[in-house]
Design a protein around this ligand. Structure first.
Ligand code: ADP
Ligand code: MG
Length: 371
């Protein structure tokens, strides 16, 4: 039993300031965990972002704590990378109910997940906060704020897409959406425990080589966003801010292979997996655009980087001009209003009906219930 907030911080988190990182990562930290605030001495441009995970909204009460610790950081790292920056420092805040105070095994695994993730991304934990609610049923809430140094001078802005640009996405689509769906409908139980663990780890895996990858992206792109709420919805943000439309090639969409192989266990069709890949949140891939005349050089450079062997990055379509008048300021449900067309190999529009484009906390008819 942890007696108070201070011993809780000490037991699980304060020691992480010694996380095994190269010396370069503590450059700039005048003072880390242990005082009223951290002190940093910075130079250059920084991307700063906050993201929160809430029990029952972003994760299930019995979710694997080791993966949860990493996830709490990665949802922030993903935003940092999507600006063309590399995470360097992070703070972590936990709001817990009394119920959680005694879960020693949970917090040990959570802190280990945090520690390993910090090491993978070469990022330093510089502070945080812990609050405790007397309401035993209050959800566990985990917030982190990441500070990332911009790589090079360019930024990846949502308004940076130009007609003719190629659209790329990293990683594969649909595993996280499928995992969440099969937890909800109980069909995850159709897998044996080893398969289940493997699928869970796969669905929450985040390739830390993004840190290397982003160097190449900023050299060729001015436009990017991370996929936190579903590919179509997040791509729509780019299109709305860049005032253009997109054609996506149905055949090139990188559906997740492991998820595809598991579909018979869940009695789910490939088309439903595709819908999850396009509209469910949680894959945390990066979408970015590259001007057409730089496409060949960009792809050649990626192939030549030995550190990125096997790193998935797929060209899924192109940016096109809008054929009709658009109300760019009010086009919130862009996938419904035709900004994105998915075409088959012959270039004909497909009849894929997706409804609302992505997960939206303020819409009841979100993709989770819709697919
Ligand atoms: P204060 O009362 O001034 O807010 P705290 O007791 O909350 O101070 O925190 C003491 C130190 O521990 C601070 O340096 C703070 O940044 C750090 N800290 C608190 N919670 C966490 C956490 N969850 N992870 C990492 N560091 C933390
Ligand atoms: Mg505090």
């Amino acid at each position: 039993m942890v007696s108070d907030e201070f011993s809780f911080i000490h037991q699980y988190f304060a020691r992480l300031k010694h996380a095994a990182l190269p010396e370069s990562s503590s450059a700039g930290v005048v003072l880390g965990i242990g005082d009223d605030a951290a002190i940093l001495k910075l130079s250059g441009n920084y991307a700063i972002t906050t993201d929160t995970l809430v029990e029952n909204v972003h994760f299930f009460p019995n979710f694997n704590p080791h993966l949860l610790g990493a996830r709490a950081l990665e949802v922030n790292f993903s935003d940092v990378y999507a600006m063309g920056a590399r995470p360097q420092y992070i703070t972590l805040s936990l709001d817990l109910s009394e119920r959680y105070l005694d879960f020693d095994k949970f917090w040990q695994a959570f802190a280990q997940g945090v520690e390993e993730c910090l090491a993978r991304h070469n990022c330093l934990l510089i502070g945080g906060n812990v609050t405790r609610s007397n309401n035993r049923n209050a959800p566990l809430t985990i917030s982190a704020t990441a500070f990332g140094q911009c790589v090079g001078t360019g930024l990846l802005r949502r308004n940076g897409a130009q007609v003719g640009d190629r659209i790329y996405v990293t990683g594969s689509l649909g595993s996280n959406g499928l995992y969440v769906k099969t937890v909800y409908n109980n069909s995850l139980r159709n897998l044996d425990s080893d398969e289940r663990r493997h699928f869970e780890e796969h669905a929450f895996a985040y390739d830390a080589r993004m840190s290397k990858f982003v160097e190449h992206v900023v050299a060729y792109s001015q436009c990017g966003i991370d996929v936190s709420d579903g590919l179509l919805g997040d791509l729509s943000h780019i299109l709305m801010q860049s005032h253009c439309c997109a054609l996506l090639n149905y055949e090139s969409l990188p559906l997740d292979e492991l998820s595809r192989s598991l579909l018979p266990h869940f009695k789910i069709s490939e088309k439903s997996l595709l819908k999850l890949g396009l509209s469910a949140g949680g894959d945390y891939n990066l979408i970015f655009t590259v001007p057409q005349d730089k496409q060949a050089a960009f792809e050649a450079e990626l192939k030549q980087d030995p550190e990125l062997e096997g790193f998935l990055c797929t060209c899924i379509g192109e940016v096109v001009a809008s054929e009709s008048e658009q109300d760019w300021d009010h086009n919130f449900l862009a996938t419904d209003s035709g900004l994105i067309t998915i075409v088959n190999a012959q270039g004909e529009p497909t009849t894929l009906r997706l409804g609302v484009g992505s997960f939206n906390h303020f819409l009841r008819n979100s993709s989770l219930s819709e697919v």
